[in-house]
Write a protein that binds this ligand. Structure first.
Ligand SMILES: Cc1cc2nc3c(=O)[nH]c(=O)nc-3n(C[C@H](O)[C@H](O)[C@H](O)COP(=O)(O)OP(=O)(O)OC[C@H]3O[C@@H](n4cnc5c(N)ncnc54)[C@H](O)[C@@H]3O)c2cc1C
Length: 442
């Protein structure tokens, strides 16, 4: 219904609620949403968002900017969010952690109510979120964007405590700093071990961009050192491009062990006290620095809310509504998003679809067909980046890639530099959207 203003829309719907009143399945197998205050009644519908990363932050920003008739609350544990995206560039010496750290004052300044607390329970019948601090927050619609948690015990010897000696650095901030500090303290001639997780996991090219950035740091600061990658997978994202960089730019530094029919480089056990690592195929290494990235699952609150099946949250491909719990949406890494990878770009794109769904159902805005996008850039060396991505549509109930693209190994230096500049523009853009904050494009 493009062109209708708020009053016209309220008249059109005859002053009745625009959402159905029960939480049952309709004939298409879609969970019906409960009634919520809307433009027709004049009361503000309460949207509560858990998680202020690129998924939750973007959603809060859009809703406050375009639908002041919605009441928007963000529940986020941390007062400052340090991005995982570009944290590899920190390890390579191309960014400071400070430049990757953002707070919530930008979102607060446009009227997002920010609660810095941990959500510990969701009462999906009474529609309220309970907080560690003891209070609870009622909602009409809840959006979960809690990111990932780790399956610490999946690797014998590893544990949550082990992340302080063998950092995964797969959460931004303290973990990235710890890995950076360990690399800085390592004597020249040391061995760094990087153990990527099995699929599916946050940022499929992330471990290999990291390998390039660590290798760049070693090449320029500690050239007698080496980096050994022990991968449980048989194939990886942008494989040809990364293998080209390892062979040409980081020859003699990177040793890349991808699993195959004979050798399985999944971890059999690790010892955080000695930093000894053993693979399933019997390779034993004593690491100077061990970057162990455990298998992953949806952030714990998604499980507590009843949204998880297996490790991730199934969603309706049209709008990222949970297929398990009414009145709840799941975006970002926690969702099971078909062909879309778990990335900040994806989380941001999915949030736009959720915003449209909320605004059309609760604020009288037009509803558009869901369209999603993703691009993941990876920095291989100075002004040298490659990319992979696609557009996506909801097709046969699944988020489906429609126009995939990937950089080519034969791309020239100019193309690689252009790709690097695109990535820095993207970083500035996503920070502006998720945190309502202007950052310089470096
Ligand atoms: C090394 C690395 C490099 C990456 N590079 C890129 C890249 O170049 N491009 C890209 O697009 N993506 C990249 N990513 C992936 C990207 O960081 C994630 O996909 C993205 O952050 C997911 O966003 P999200 O909103 O789903 O979750 P998150 O960003 O994890 O945000 C979740 C938030 O929820 C909060 N939270 C969790 N539980 C609760 C609770 N119970 N109560 C209150 N708050 C809670 C957390 O504190 C957190 O702030 C990279 C990731 C890594 C690790």
């Amino acid at each position: 219904m493009p062109g209708l203003n708020r009053r016209q829309f309220a008249k059109l719907i005859g002053g009745t609620g625009i959402a159905t009143a029960t939480a049952s399945m309709n004939s298409a197998g879609v969970l019906a949403q409960a009634a919520a205050p809307n433009v027709a009644t004049g009361a503000k519908a309460r949207i509560v968002v858990i998680g202020g990363g690129p998924g939750g932050g973007t959603l809060c920003h859009i809703l406050r900017r375009s639908s002041p008739e919605l009441d928007v609350t963000l529940i986020e544990i941390q007062k400052q969010y340090t991005t995982c995206f570009f944290s590899n560039l920190y390890l390579g010496g191309f960014r400071t952690l400070q430049s990757l750290t953002h707070d919530y004052t930008g979102l607060a300044s446009i009227g997002v109510r920010i609660i810095h607390d941990r959500a510990v329970k969701v009462d999906t019948t009474g529609r309220k979120v309970e907080l560690q601090g003891g209070s609870s927050v009622p909602y009409d619609r809840l959006v979960l964007s809690p990111g990932i948690d780790f399956k610490y015990n999946a690797i014998p010897g590893y544990s949550e405590a082990a992340e302080t000696t063998m950092p995964h650095a797969y959460r931004g901030g303290a973990q990235s700093k710890l890995l950076g500090d360990q690399l800085a303290a390592m004597p020249d001639g040391g061995t760094v071990v990087l153990a990527p997780p099995p699929n599916p996991f946050r940022c499929p090219p992330g471990p290999y961009e990291r390998a390039c950035m660590i290798a760049h740091y070693l090449k320029t600061n500690k050239p007698k050192s080496k980096l050994v990658i022990l991968d449980p997978k048989k194939a990886i994202s942008k494989q040809g491009l990364f293998q080209q960089a390892f062979a040409e730019d980081y020859k003699g530094i990177v040793e890349f062990h991808l699993s195959n029919e004979i050798d399985n480089f999944a971890l059999k056990r690790v010892d955080p006290a000695t930093r000894e690592i053993e693979t399933m195929s019997g390779l034993k290494i004593k690491a100077s620095v061990a970057n162990i990235i455990p298998p992953q699952r949806a952030g714990a609150i998604a499980e507590l809310a009843g949204c998880v099946e297996g490790d991730w949250c199934p969603i309706n491909a049209e709008n990222f509504a949970s297929t398990k719990v009414p009145n709840v949406y799941v975006v970002g890494d926690a969702s099971s998003a078909g062909d879309m990878p778990k990335s900040a770009f994806s989380a941001n794109s999915q949030s736009k679809s959720v915003a449209n769904d909320l605004e059309s159902s609760l604020a009288g805005k037009p509803k558009y067909p869901a369209r999603y996008r993703n691009t993941c850039w990876s920095m291989l060396g100075p002004a040298n980046s490659v990319k992979i991505g696609s557009s996506y549509l909801a097709k046969d109930g699944k988020v489906t890639a429609t126009a995939p693209f990937v950089s080519k190994p034969e791309d020239d230096a100019k193309t690689r530099e252009k790709s690097y500049k695109e990535s820095t523009g993207w970083y500035a853009g996503i920070v502006a959207e998720a945190f309502n904050k202007k950052v310089d494009q470096i």
